[in-house]
Ligand binder design. Sequence first.
Ligand code: F0G
Length: 402
Amino acid sequence: MIRCIKCGMEYSLDEIIYTCRECGSILEVIIEPEVSKDVFEGRKETMWKYKEFMPVDESKIVTLQEGGTPLIKCDNIGKDLGVKLYVKFEGANPTGSFKDRGMSVGITKALELGVKSVGCASTGNTSASLAAYAARANLDCLVLLPQGKVALGKLAQAMFHGARVLSVKGNFDEALEAVTRLALMGEVYLLNSVNPFRLEGQKSIGFEIVDELGWRSPDRIILPVGNAGNISAIWKGISEFYQAGFIDERPMMVGIQAEGASPIVKAFKKGEMEIEVVENPETVATAIRIGAPVSYRKALRAIYESEGLAESVSDEEILEAQKLLARREGIGVEPASAASIAGLIRLLDEGEIDRGEEIVCIATGHLLKDPDTAIRACEEPVEVEADISSLLEVMGGKTSSM
Ligand code: F0G
């Protein structure tokens, strides 16, 4: 069933509904499969390894083999920080971000419902992923993007996979409001994370972390928060495995926002359950440039229930952490993803996180998503003639330091 997270009103899984008709709140899918974790053994490492926990018809699955992403032990940074650090590299998904998990379930659901057109508003990654999965499922795809604020790689993907791309004069929050209105008029099936089926796919990040750690939780999971779907999804996944008896403890959930777009952090610091919308959100991490996160209530619930934290970081801290991951661990992520590492560093400095903890940071999207920001952070390559003396001159006359 689908259930309202606020008033508990219940709806059928076959209804096209995004918010509660009684109270207007967002909804969640309730699923309680009775299986042993032994059923997962020997299955291919994709998110469909956990198909019993996915509320869609198995025969209709639209997949590009998403999930099964690497959980990378990061000893170089971990030792410097004094923590046991893992990075879950979601950039390894088919379109380069965690959104593919949600779209695989969301598009499968769209086929089940028999819709012909799907749509979303996006800071970039959602549109890239939706465009690809819609193409695979032969569905029309409409995406609304905030003008001038979508990283180049993401824009290229949405356009190249054949979506109808509209550049909206406004920010993400305004684009989302607009596409939601189109969805309520029946023009498109909405595949933003307000659609509870999206989170059903994304919860598999939580499944994979505890499975890979040998059926136990890390102390904390830290991730960037924008529209607040992903932190809610991961907590839901972890909680489902906890309720099923697959793990004995759950991790603390830590949400990181950019300083210029941090309504959830502000609510958390006041101990509140409601947010104040940020009217003009701004950050270099365009993926999380969001002032009115739709899933804020689910996210705050995850943070409070898990005795977790929310913190904000500056653009400088984000860009520094992005470089650190690339240069100390070889992991290339886009700026928003680096917010998780920047947040970890700040929370260690503040004494909110203890040295010695076991931490999983979610690297949500690939470096190549935003080549412009990456290139701006580096020195220009030196131009040189292709002869040895010119090369040696540029290299400072070195011949034997190898
Ligand atoms: N990291 C990346 C790379 C993202 O693209 C997003 C969200 C987030 C983190 C935040 O996740 O919204 O679930 O809290 N991107 C959306 C989009 C908004 O349109 O691609 P969230």
